[in-house]
Design a protein around this ligand. Structure first.
Ligand code: FAD
Length: 352
């Protein structure tokens, strides 16, 4: 059994930012991650992914991302940045260490059981396991027959996976639009849309839209505030050639919501219909919470309970939850400020 003051679960940006702030406290801690290498949560995503936040808004505390500040880092570049961040600050990261079960002892301390069978005991735990874990696949998917290949935005890597024939991408968020744009020159590509979205312009008066969102306080607006509710409803992202007109120019056929699937046939809310060979679901994610086996930690629906990252379970915390405090919470730029607050709360709690 290993004993530490604080166990951080997940070594993505949220876990690493937490580690950065924990270093200054004198508390003993360890960061565990299921992956083989720091940054793997990014390396697993589709190959052509570039971040939608420029480098100046894609850094963690204490170390800016190298390179042109106005431009967007690639997936692998950001993954490597996380890896060098962990190395630079000598953060105690243990990879290939998946927590299968997190429980609580009678004395209030926590015990994590790893896939290897090892046990780690801690006075406080920060769950930094990511907010976008399990891709959602809606029930309508069952209507497609076996000869329709079904992927998700998570299992899609690059066009070499995709059979000849028509492709349907379901979901017009950032990933769905990227994937449709990438496939359109190679396959007949249809994009089924959801709620209407208005994208942010990429730059306004020579500045990145993220700069303006920061200046105007939008990124720090709480989820319940007027501005926060507006942001949540829109769920906008910057328009880097991903508006509907740009997609149409690339040859993407835009259709309404997918309403029915039967055999290889898909029908849409706007009356269109087509036979498809491949379907790529890009309709969002749900959480994986089952491994946290502490009754009060989750609600009846199985979602983590917390207020600004503080669980009702004494000593349990979160960093990186979507809308934990604001829009930035699930973005790279929000990890540092949220982690700083949580580390402050941990110091108070462990002193008692
Ligand atoms: C396609 C996509 C594109 C995005 N692009 C951007 C962008 O451009 N800019 C931006 O700011 N944000 C972006 N985001 C949002 C966010 O920054 C990322 O989701 C980011 O990966 C979140 O970091 P994280 O540290 O919270 O979680 P993750 O990066 O998911 O890291 C969590 C880590 O926890 C580990 N883990 C999980 N469960 C366990 C367990 N039980 N035991 C041990 N380890 C575990 C995982 O292995 C993983 O390494 C994007 C998200 C997605 C899905």
């Amino acid at each position: 059994v290993t004993r530490v003051d604080v166990l951080v679960i997940g070594a993505g940006q949220a876990g690493l930012a937490t580690g950065y702030h924990l270093r200054a406290t004198g508390l003993t801690f360890m960061i565990v991650d299921a992956g083989g290498r720091v940054g793997d949560s990014w390396r697993r995503r589709y190959r052509s992914l570039t971040l939608f936040t420029p480098r100046q808004f894609s850094g963690l505390p204490g170390m800016a991302m190298p390179g042109n500040r106005e431009q967007y880092p690639t997936r692998d570049e950001f993954a490597d940045y996380l890896e060098s961040y962990a190395a630079s600050f000598r953060l105690p990261v243990r990879t290939e260490a998946q927590v299968l079960r997190l429980g609580r002892n009678a004395d209030g301390s926590f015990e994590a059981i790893l896939a290897s069978g090892d046990r780690i005991q801690a006075g406080a735990v920060v769950v930094a396991a990511g907010g976008f874990q399990l891709p959602l696949v809606p029930p309508v998917a069952k209507g497609f027959s076996d000869d329709v290949m079904q992927l998700t935005a998570d299992s899609y890597r690059d066009p070499t996976q995709i059979a000849e024939g028509r492709v349907l991408v379901v979901g017009d968020g950032a990933s769905g639009r990227d994937i449709a744009a990438e496939l359109a020159p190679l396959r007949e590509t249809w994009l089924a849309t959801g709620k209407p979205r208005r994208l942010f312009p990429e730059r306004i008066l020579g500045k990145s839209v993220w700069w303006w969102l920061g200046l105007t306080g939008l990124l720090r607006a709480s989820p319940e505030s007027f501005l926060g509710r507006m942001l949540r409803k829109n769920d906008a992202f910057p328009d880097r050639e991903r508006g509907m007109d740009s997609l149409k120019r690339l040859g993407v056929r835009i259709v309404g919501r997918l309403t029915n699937a039967g055999g290889s046939n898909a029908t849409f809310g706007d009356g269109h219909g087509a036979d498809v060979r491949t379907v790529i679901w890009a309709v969002g994610y749900r959480d994986n919470t089952g491994w946290v086996q502490i009754a009060e930690a989750t609600d009846q629906a199985g979602a983590f309970r917390h207020s600004e990252g503080v669980s009702p379970v004494h000593g349990l915390y979160f960093v990186g939850r979507p809308w934990q405090r604001n829009r930035a919470s699930a973005l790279v730029m929000g990890a540092g400020p949220d982690a700083l607050l949580i580390v402050g709360r941990i110091k108070e709690a462990l002193r008692k």
